[in-house]
Design a protein around this ligand. Sequence first.
Ligand code: FE
Ligand code: FE
Ligand code: ZN
Length: 278
Amino acid sequence: MLHIGCHLSSSKGFAAMGRQALELGADTFQFFTRNPRGSRAKELDTADAASLLALLGENHFAPIVAHAPYTLNLCGATAENRRFAQETMADDLRRLEHLPGQYYNFHPGSHVGQGTAEGVRLIARALNLLLTPDQATTVLLETMAGKGSEVGGRFEELREILDQVELDGKMGVCLDTCHVSDAGYDIIHDLDGVLTEFDKVLGLGRLKAIHLNDSKNPRGSHKDRHACLGEGTIGLEALARIVRHPALRDLPFCLETPNDLDGYRREIALMRELAERK
Ligand code: FE
Ligand code: FE
Ligand code: ZN
């Protein structure tokens, strides 16, 4: 069965998100670890985390995805900037140990003129300071649209990061369908070709989660504007082929479409239906 959910607000706590997910027909979800500006997160309520963990187990959820603030930049231009990003990630990873076995997804970063190679080096250096052999969370690099100086618009750039990370067994990749299309990969007409490329460069075993989004812009636009499913340039048929693909169908799929909760409920139901259809 397809594992699918959506991005949820964490403002009412962990267990509340689990109940919200169930109500939407979801069996996975994503949430921001703190507000996108990256301010301090509330102290973690361990009873609340334990109650979410029980709910996930009882309802056979796929792993859930904690998303780092999108402003976090491990390869920022100033040491101050990079230290802040690193401390934020360290704090997130420490807190996630109360939800063992889940995913922590982040945008690799923007090299802001330092060049991709230097960006890759700074990202890997930070990860080498952050990852620990006994952590229970897998850290995911998100595939990016290649907007501005973003690192991670090409699979090869993610490969270079992984090659420089010592504890790369703690690392995986999250593929965002809007981002890869905006980056230039043709998931509409050549999904198999893109997955073959992913496998060759990164290994399909690295692929741990999918962000299922349509895109407001054409392939190769390097824009990163998400559209509701079926209302963008990727389209429902291509998205259905993605959720039905044998190499992908056991992964958690998270919607990050511009929707309210009712819209998410409808998209989850629609994709479940399309996944079953032959
Ligand atoms: Fe993201
Ligand atoms: Fe995404
Ligand atoms: Zn995006």
